[in-house]
Each structure stands twice: as C-alpha cells, then as structure tokens.
Write a protein that binds this ligand. Sequence first.
Ligand code: BGC
Length: 351
Amino acid sequence: MHYEKTFWGYTTEGIPVDLYTLRNDKKVMVQVTNYGASLVSLYTPDKNGNIEDVVLGFDSVVDYEKLTPYNPFFGATIGRYANRIRKGQFSLDGKTYSLSQNNGVNHLHGGIKGFQKQIFKATPFVTPEEISIQFKRLSHDGEEGYPGNLKVSITYTLTKNNELKITYKATTDKTTIVNLTNHSYFNLTGEGNGDILDHQLMIAASRYTPVNETLIPTGDLLPVKDTLFDFTSPVSLRDPIAKLKKLSFEGYDHNFVLDKNGENISLAAKISEPLTGRVMEIYTTEPGIQLYTGNFVDTYGKEGKYYGKYSGLALETQHFPDSPNQQDFPSTILKPGELYFSQTIYRFSIS
Ligand code: BGC
C-alpha cells in the first residue's frame, strides 16, 4: 500500500493543484486531486489481468474547471447539495434561501461554483490495510446562497481488498442543508472504449421517485415492479434504454429509493460487464441513488478520446432530489452540534 503526490498543474487563476496516486498490491490504482476533491482515475484489472481506467475524466485541471456540458461533473465531489432543488429555493426556520438557478429554473449540484470547482486541503493517512487522502475545506456562510459556515471533509480510502471508500463528514454553525455525493461516470470496459449499454445493472430498490418535466420529484415513491425501473435483478441496459427512448427519454436520470433497514451501510447497486468480467458493487449509508446513463455526454476526455452518449454511467449515492421542499423525504437538514456522516464503498472484483 503506498501513495505518491505529484504537482498536476495550475488552475486558470494560477493556483497549484496536486494529484495523489494510491496503489494497493492487487493492481488497483486510484488518482484523486484536491481540485474539487475529485476522483480522476481508477485502474482495475479485468479477468485476463489487463488493467484499465474505468472512470471518465480529463488529463488536466483546466479541463475540470470548465462547466457542463464540456465537463459534466466528471469524478467530482458534489456539494453542498447533490442533485436538484426546485427553483433554487428552500426555507429553514421560516427564512427563505435563494440559490443559483443553474439548470433551467432549478438549482443543480451545488451551483456554479459548487464543491466541484473548489480547492481542498489534502492530508494523507497510511496504514498496512489502507491508504487515505482526506480533503478538507470551509464552505463559508452564504457560499452559493447556502446558510452556515460548513466544515467539510471528504476522505478517499483505497483498501488492500480492492475497495474504494469515500467518507463524507460535515459540521455547521447555523442550520443548513447538506447532501454530498461523488459524480464518477463508470465504464467497466475502460473509459473511451465505447458505451455502457451491455453493462448489467442491479439496484437494490423496489421504489423510485418519479419526476416532473424539469426532473423535480413529484413527491411520490412508486413501485418499480413491472416498469422500466425494475433493476432488483440484474438487467442489461441496452433494451430498457431503447424502450425509454421510444417514450422520449434519452436514458435514465432517476433517483431510486434503496431498500434499507436503518442507516447502516448496505448494498445499493452492482454493475457487471460480461466481456471484461469486471464487477463493481456499491455499498452506502445513503437512502437513495441516482442512475444517470450519461444521456447528454458529448465531450473529449483523457488522451483526447471522444466520450459520447452512454459512454459512462453515474450512480450517485444521495438523499433524494429536492428533499428540502419535500416534507416526506428523509431530511437533509444539518444543525449546529450535529455531525453529517455519509459513506459509500465501491468494491471491485472479477466474475
Ligand atoms: C444529473 C443529470 C445531469 C448531470 C450533469 C446528473 O447527476 O442527474 O440530470 O444532466 O448530472 O452532468
């Protein structure tokens, strides 16, 4: 288990940015950066021992600085609020807060300069079992319209058992809302090697949150049974995406309600890719997971490779979209004296 820190480049404002490379003895290699506390690369072996990078991304920090659609949040930590908040508004203790409306009328992924565009302070921790890089920053009161000084840490840990663990913690000095996630797009054949349509997906969710035309939940939790949202047993994505297209949806962009018993970490999703034999399981403490099949990806990534529609799929562990405006959804409110804690583990294996 070892890591190295290298200088990666400067932001357009001239701020130096580092890349941390973490390796275990089983040929898994993870690269993370203090720019956006982002996951840049994740190399894993396939069934023949070929090592490939299974996440979409860019070679330089300047590319990560660009906005969507050029950079659709590749690998980034999303905060303070992952996913959408209706019309960028919510109320806490009788006060209404206005956030940027950066996705039509709605607020998306923490705003224009959300966590994905911020610089974090990095601290490594190494034990014989695992290596961690902890990224910390203070998100000041009023940043992107959110109340409270929020102290946040995001820790990436590579274990000797081929797990990548992301642990999120936050505290605040004023009542606020928090919903953090990671926005990696996975392609288990290797990034740039085509699409994810033959990946098989299981999501441990018997309900999902249907949305309106601007992708804001209606508030219902509908059963997935007998619908295109039923991933309770593994499903190859090609056929359901073709059916969704006939219904004028480009692909999946939906939150699933995980079948959980309390807040313990549990299996949320599993992707397998038949040709390479790569398997990734996702375990989380979160109540929901967003499946986004890269419906609008259209950019050039690492080594100039073209990434089109469905070139990667994001599975974002999260609280449900627009929870601050939905009384019946699990709460995303964080009060002074409380600790926000969220953990997601990506476990890699071969079938
Ligand atoms: C959202 C999509 C959005 C994408 C941005 C996803 O998390 O669910 O609606 O287009 O991020 O790249």
